[in-house]
Design a protein around this ligand. Sequence first.
Ligand code: GDP
Length: 304
Amino acid sequence: MFNSLSDRLTATFKNLRGKGKLSEADVDATVREIRRALLDADVAVPVVREFTAAVKERALGAEVNEALNPAQQIVKIVNSQLQEILGGETRRIRMAKNGPTIIMLAGLQGAGKTTLAGKLGYWLKSQGHRPLLVASDLQRPNAVTQLQVVGDRAGVPVWAPHPGTTSEFDDPTGDPVQVARDGVAHARAKLFDVVIVDTAGRLGVDQALMAQARDIRDAVDPQEVLFVIDAMIGQDAVQTAQAFNEGVDFTGVVLSKLDGDARGGAALSVASVTGKPIMFASTGEGVKDFEQFHPDRMASRILD
Ligand code: GDP
């Protein structure tokens, strides 16, 4: 992921090596190359525009640092702009002051929500928390069973709606909102301190699905609503993110499938377009293939 963007940017900066001073023409040429590299990586046009304008202004502006050569200065500026479009500072989970912290997952079908539930549960458990997964995806056949497999793998209990699927609970209603509510009540009673609610996804943005996600959100009042997006989906990412942002007003973004070889730019646009931070990255199918997202480290990785 980001390999081609990374190579292109690095090559652009190489051209500046050895220059004693940057003329406006040098800056223009560099910014043009950066623009092309970002567009070729699928970064959304308005994000590219804003990005390059800021780089140009800063490169020509007063913030010239005498200790750095021109190439280093541009790298520094691009690094800090990249960090900014990736959401700025590292954003950690907001924990509830009283009772369990509730984290709801939303996104299209196949985005990686169910897989993420296991990863997040595993990660929280390794930090000393007692997470519970709640199976509120009743849309897709096998989604509940899949969450149970994921929970087993992560060593995290699952609250599931159907009779026979857990030894603890039997809920014949099949209502995802009720399942979420009951799951949270169970977590309170049994002193789980984090509840991760998996919700249904569809292949495309769907108003009925969005209303259901909103109903679940309103019923359990989560501290975090994480929008999970497959980094491989290209330009559609921005539109999908905007639809979910309007639909459920998510609090953070999770980029999944960052282990693939997608160009990655659309995923990079999501934080900028929605104004919501990227909080986690999923990097594989295994329960440990998951990391907290640090915009500064990712920016440096891209420019490495
Ligand atoms: P959901 O429909 O949003 O719950 O998506 P799933 O969690 O079922 O994931 C859909 C598919 O993507 C599954 O085959 C997962 O194994 C796979 N998957 C999920 N996250 C990742 C990831 O970070 N990397 C890769 N390579 N595959 C992933």
